[in-house]
Design a protein. Structure first.
Length: 483
């Protein structure tokens, strides 16, 4: 983002009465020069704030960003949004008075997005949205200047910051959208105004808050309901999605396009040609069938696990809709860099580690277990399962269901960690249970397995921080960062 103060005032229709200047002589600008002041970004965190960024002090349950105004100024943030209910301090700077700093940030992002000649692709879903984001961005980057959500900045603060990071050179923004309850995706969709919306699937994540998979689906479909027009790419193998399409307002000017695996009723169907079962360098080849006709293309992906065929397929379809040639789509799929801790594969001594510990749900845990079970390497298969969080009253049964599923697979050792993980171990034959407070013992157990040679899968919810149990493996840390 690059704006002048005058450009910001014009974009947001700011009245003169909303602007207060304190100690103007300290930054040595007269009124005319003041309006030419450059704003080259937005910061809500003084720890990472940079010179000439707009400082937006947010208010949370345990913090108030307004308390850090001096720090922001010291780091070069002259201009700041400021809650008008809080007295403007005698700290040098330009204060733009607003009713609510968070809402001001969100409105700024929306107005800025509207001012750009850019296509926005919004992505949501219970599982796979981050990998899908990475693949879609890589495919589109073969033809366009693309900006994508960094890491997991997918909420009511992260999405505005993503949009405000765009420049006039960017042609496409690939924006991930997350939620934990009703209304959250609706807000993000209104802010970002997507031209294409992608719904990867409907799983069990956040069922604690929403009560049912159908309700989770309704919350995800807020992305599409709040698009003015455009295209919706949806998983045609998901029964909940099909129910929601049937209930979708017929008058809404959105076009649904289904993608699926081995389901020729979808407009784009992937038929698996070859799926290799080794760990390193494995490729999955699938044909793309369009509108139940003959083969349209043959695509190769290196994304681990058959569940990633869906993510590769929707990236293919997105590229096709955006005019990327098939050979460039293929190149983009092969060159994609995935966000850390999503099926990250690395080597430690004579062992391999599959770090899929960014988050967990019953659906994604089954997919990860299925993947390690089908691997052909002659190594012991070891799984470290952490709690699947935010399942509410369903937690006990979902953990037991995963336990039963694990028993059906050729897995040699299962280590269960956490509170609800006791329900895994109550069902899994020979499972070892490590409750909270036994972290040191679990680390030693993991060290033993890795030293002897194995394939280790880590799968658990974000709050479990399972990556700490492999922190001793320098190769993993250097490859994946700190997570």
């Amino acid at each position: 983002m690059l704006l002048t103060l005058q450009g910001l005032i014009n974009l947001l229709n700011i009245d003169q009465e909303q602007i207060q200047t304190v100690n103007q002589q300290s930054f040595m600008m007269n009124d005319d020069k003041l309006l030419e002041l450059t704003i080259n970004g937005v910061s809500t965190d003084t720890r990472t704030a940079e010179k000439n960024q707009l400082f937006v002090p947010l208010i949370g349950e345990k913090f108030n960003g307004h308390d850090y105004r001096q720090v922001a100024y010291n780091r070069g943030c002259i201009v700041t949004f400021w809650d008008q209910s809080i007295v403007v301090p005698q700290i040098s700077g330009i204060y733009i008075l607003v009713n609510d700093t968070l809402q001001a940030l969100q409105n700024f992002a929306h107005q800025y997005r509207k001012s750009l000649d850019i296509q926005v692709i919004g992505i949501t879903g219970s599982n796979g949205k981050t990998t899908t984001k990475d693949l879609v961005a890589s495919v589109l980057r073969q033809k366009y200047q693309v900006f994508q959500t960094k890491g997991n900045l997918n909420n009511h603060i992260g999405v505005p910051l993503t949009l405000l990071s765009l420049t006039s050179q960017d042609e496409i923004a690939v924006v991930e959208m997350g939620m934990s309850g009703f209304g959250e995706i609706a807000l993000l969709s209104k802010i970002a105004s997507p031209d294409i919306g992608i719904v990867t699937n409907i799983g069990e994540s956040h069922i604690e808050n929403l009560g049912s998979r159908k309700n989770i689906g309704k919350a995800k479909f807020e992305l599409l309901e709040n698009m003015q027009a455009g295209i919706a790419l949806v998983n045609g193998d998901d029964a909940i999605i099909e129910e929601l399409i049937a209930e979708f307002p017929a008058e809404h000017p959105i076009q649904f396009i289904r993608y699926a695996v081995n389901n020729e009723n979808a407009q784009y169907c992937a038929k698996i040609v070859n799926s290799q079962s080794h760990l390193i360098g494995a490729e999955t080849i699938f044909d793309v069938i369009q509108n139940n006709n003959e083969k349209f293309a043959t695509i190769t992906t290196r994304e681990p696990g058959q569940h990633n065929i869906y993510n590769s397929l929707v990236a293919f379809v997105t590229g096709l809709l955006m005019g990327v040639s098939i050979d460039k789509i293929q190149k983009g799929l092969m060159e994609a860099n995935r966000t850390p801790m999503r099926m990250d594969i690395s080597r430690y001594q004579n062992s391999y580690i599959i770090n899929d510990a960014y988050n967990s749900s019953p659906t994604s845990t089954k997919a990860a277990l299925t993947y390690i079970a089908q691997l052909s390497e002659p190594l012991k298969k070891v799984v470290l399962l952490g709690d699947m969080l935010e399942l509410g009253e369903y937690a006990k049964q979902f953990h037991k269901d995963i336990g039963e599923y694990t028993n059906s697979l050729p897995i040699d050792v299962v280590l269960c960690y956490g509170n609800d993980a006791k329900y895994f171990s109550s069902v899994i034959n020979g499972a070892e249970y490590y409750p909270n407070g036994t972290e040191d013992s679990l680390i030693e157990r993991v060290k033993t397995e890795l030293s002897n040679g194995c394939i280790l899968l880590l799968k658990g919810s974000r709050g479990m921080k399972l990556e700490r149990f492999i922190a001793f493996t320098k190769e993993v840390l250097s490859e994946n960062g700190e997570g």
